[in-house]
Write a protein that binds this ligand. Structure first.
Ligand SMILES: Cc1cc2nc3c(=O)[nH]c(=O)nc-3n(C[C@H](O)[C@H](O)[C@H](O)COP(=O)(O)O)c2cc1C
Length: 173
C-alpha cells in the first residue's frame, strides 16, 4: 500500500530487516533514532526507557549474540540499540512496557525513514540475566526490554497482516 502521507507510508513500508550491508551506521543516525524513541508517549510521561548502543566490532556484540537463537542477526548488525526499563522510575509496570513498545516502534520507523533497516529482537529476553551480566549492568536498576539490530538493508524484508475485518469486534461504520 502506498500513501502520500509520510507517516502512513513509513508504517506500511517498514519491514523487519535481518540482513545488513557492510556499511557502518553513524553516531548521528543513532542519535536521530534515539531522539525519536524518547518522543514516544508514556504513562504520566515518565519516560521509562533507557538505551545503550553497541557498534560493530564491540566485543559485547558477541556476548549478546550468544544469548539468542538469532545470534547471526546480532553478529551482523552494524549497531545494536539495547532498550531497558528503568526500574527506579516505574509508574505502572504494564503501562511502562507499553510505552517502551511505542518507543521501539518510533525507532524502527525512524531507522526506516533514514534508509536503514532494523529488527526488534525479543527472543533474547529469555536470557536477560546473561545479557545484563555481559553488559555489566545492575539488574536491580534496569530490566532488558528489547534489542534493536540496525544496519543498511541487504534484503527487502516481507511480511503480511490479517485483514482488518478479521480484527474488528463490532461494526464501526
Ligand atoms: C515484541 C517483539 C519481539 C520480536 N522478536 C523477534 C526476534 O527475537 N527475532 C526476530 O527475528 N524477529 C523478532 N520480531 C520481529 C517480528 O518477527 C516481526 O515484526 C513480524 O514478523 C512482522 O514482520 P514485519 O516487522 O516485517 O512487519 C519481534 C517483534 C516484536 C514486536
Amino acid at each position: 500500500m502506498t500513501s502520500e502521507n509520510a507517516v502512513l507510508k513509513a508504517i506500511h513500508e517498514r519491514r523487519s530487516i535481518r540482513k545488513f550491508q557492510d556499511d557502518q551506521v553513524r553516531a548521528d543516525q543513532i542519535e536521530t533514532i534515539l531522539d525519536a524513541g524518547r518522543w514516544a508517549p508514556s504513562g504520566l510521561n515518565n519516560q521509562p526507557w533507557r538505551f545503550m548502543v553497541l557498534y560493530t566490532g564491540d566485543n559485547r556484540q558477541n556476548i549478546l549474540a550468544d544469548c539468542t537463537k538469532y545470534g547471526r542477526i546480532v553478529e551482523n548488525a552494524k549497531a545494536l540499540v539495547i532498550v531497558f526499563l528503568d526500574k527506579q522510575n516505574i509508574y505502572d509496570y504494564t503501562k511502562d512496557c507499553q510505552g517502551i513498545g511505542a518507543c521501539v516502534q518510533n525507532m524502527l520507523l525512524t531507522a526506516h525513514s533514514l534508509g536503514l533497516g532494523g529488527v526488534w529482537l525479543g527472543e533474547i529476553l529469555n536470557r536477560d540475566s546473561e545479557v545484563m551480566q555481559g553488559l555489566n549492568l545492575d539488574q536491580e536498576k534496569y530490566q532488558l526490554m528489547a534489542v534493536v539490530a540496525l544496519g543498511y538493508p541487504a534484503e527487502k524484508g516481507h511480511s503480511d497482516r490479517r485483514q482488518l475485518k478479521e480484527l474488528i469486534l463490532e461494526d464501526y461504520t
